[in-house]
Design a protein around this ligand. Structure first.
Ligand SMILES: NC(=O)c1ccc[n+]([C@@H]2O[C@H](COP(=O)([O-])OP(=O)(O)OC[C@H]3O[C@@H](n4cnc5c(N)ncnc54)[C@H](O)[C@@H]3O)[C@@H](O)[C@H]2O)c1
Ligand SMILES: [Zn+2]
Length: 368
């Protein structure tokens, strides 16, 4: 078993990584959290695969499990669903000693964490992430929340769990598109923080995608959790340094936004955004051209939908401007000096247009 700690003073918590580990997960939760009531929040897909597997080990002695199943998908990450869950929890008289377990991907994790942060002003919670995106990214760092019709992820809190249990074998039931979705964030960690990890991903790309080598997967997940927790430990509430995790996200969010959050998975839009950010980095920060070519090759390996054909550079710049404040100096943007070495810089409108136009050229060449 691999274990690492996210060191945040009295909010420190461990992340356990172990394949086929539901029995051990249940034992760990029983021992460490010692609750009589486990409130499991999951979605229909994940619950059908893993709810019984988990609860058969959890329901020992007096412990009792309750399940709330949400409809899979981003639309469930809403105040409406949160309210339905609060009502169900109050009707069942769940109290502050009870424990929430988020069993699912990032949607379940963000929503269940938000419920945990707010129900009776905060109750304990545990995450069992089941998508690659959740195992390498959303389960680390305590950002929890829901979407508002006017802005995604805009209502939320920083609220750390008691522990995170990652079982990489759950990825075997995950649709292939979701693997590529999570891989975009995996690659991001190499690009912003760790050149050797990026090289490792280049060498092992095919093996990773095939999910055949569980040791390799464990290693990748652990590296991402380690890199993200290192950033979170330095800047838990994203006042400054944590912003480097947004590499590729400015243009990525704009792409998600102009396509109504229905066309791209988050990681797919971020993959396009990282490619544009790399092009801007080459122009404005002198990212070496051989490194730019490596990034371009890696991004083109990541399967993702092409940019919509009616898409114009202007639209995306406008979407960025409505999302982020552009000052006279420009927009704060994460760029790469070299692979593994990132920096937040002001970027002006012309440079953003340059990055977006580069994407359009790639798109026209049909190289996706
Ligand atoms: N809190 C953070 O720091 C953070 C970071 C990144 C992303 N996020 C959030 O995460 C969300 C996206 O999460 P996601 O990509 O995990 O998507 P998701 O939770 O919607 O899961 C994707 C799909 O896979 C299914 N699924 C999940 N695990 C499965 C499994 N093991 N087997 C079969 N099917 C499975 C789900 O039912 C769903 O249909 C977004 O809302 C995003 O904002 C949060
Ligand atoms: Zn992201």
């Amino acid at each position: 078993m691999r274990i690492l700690n996210v060191n945040l003073g009295n909010r420190t918590y461990p992340i356990f990584i172990e394949a086929d580990g539901f029995e051990k997960a249940a034992k760990k939760i029983l021992r460490q959290c010692d609750s009589k009531t486990y409130i499991i929040i999951s979605d229909e897909n994940v619950a059908s695969h893993y709810y019984e597997k988990l609860t058969s080990f959890l329901e020992q002695g007096e412990a009792k499990c309750y399940l709330y199943k949400i409809t899979p998908g981003e639309e469930s990450k809403s105040l409406t669903t949160a309210e339905q869950i609060y009502t169900w929890m109050l009707a069942n008289r769940f109290h502050r000693d009870d424990l929430i377990i988020a069993l699912g991907g990032g949607v379940v994790g963000d929503l269940a964490g938000f419920i945990a942060a707010t129900y009776l002003r905060g109750i304990r919670w545990v995450q069992i992430p089941t998508t690659l995106m959740a195992q390498v990214d959303s389960s680390v760092g305590g950002k929890v929340g829901v979407n508002h019709p006017l802005a995604k992820n805009s209502i939320g809190a920083f609220y750390q769990p008691q522990l995170v249990w990652i079982d990489p074998s759950t990825l075997k039931t995950l649709p292939c598109r979701e693997i590529y979705n999570g891989l975009a964030e995996v690659i991001k960690y190499g690009l912003i923080l760790d050149p050797e990890f990026f090289e490792f991903l280049e060498i092992n790309f095919d093996k990773i995608v095939s999910l055949q080598d569980s040791e390799l997967l464990n290693q990748i997940i652990k590296t991402c959790c380690r890199l993200k927790s290192m950033v979170v430990e330095k800047d838990e509430r994203e006042t400054d340094y944590r912003r480097i995790l947004n590499f590729g996200h400015t243009i990525g969010h704009a792409l998600e936004n102009i396509t109504d959050y229905r066309y791209f998975r988050h990681g797919e839009a971020v993959a396009w955004g990282m490619l544009a950010a790399a092009a801007i980095s080459q122009k404005s920060l002198s990212l070496p051209s051989d490194q730019f070519i490596r990034i371009e090759s890696m991004m083109l390996l990541l399967e993702k939908p092409a940019l919509p054909i009616d898409f114009a550079a202007d639209q995306i710049v406008q979407a960025i401007q409505s999302d982020k404040k552009m000052t006279s100096e420009g927009l704060k943007f994460v760029l790469l000096e070299s692979i593994g070495n990132s920096r937040v810089e002001f970027v002006n409108r012309e440079l953003i247009e340059f990055g977006v136009n580069y994407l359009l050229t790639i798109n026209k060449k049909g190289r996706t």
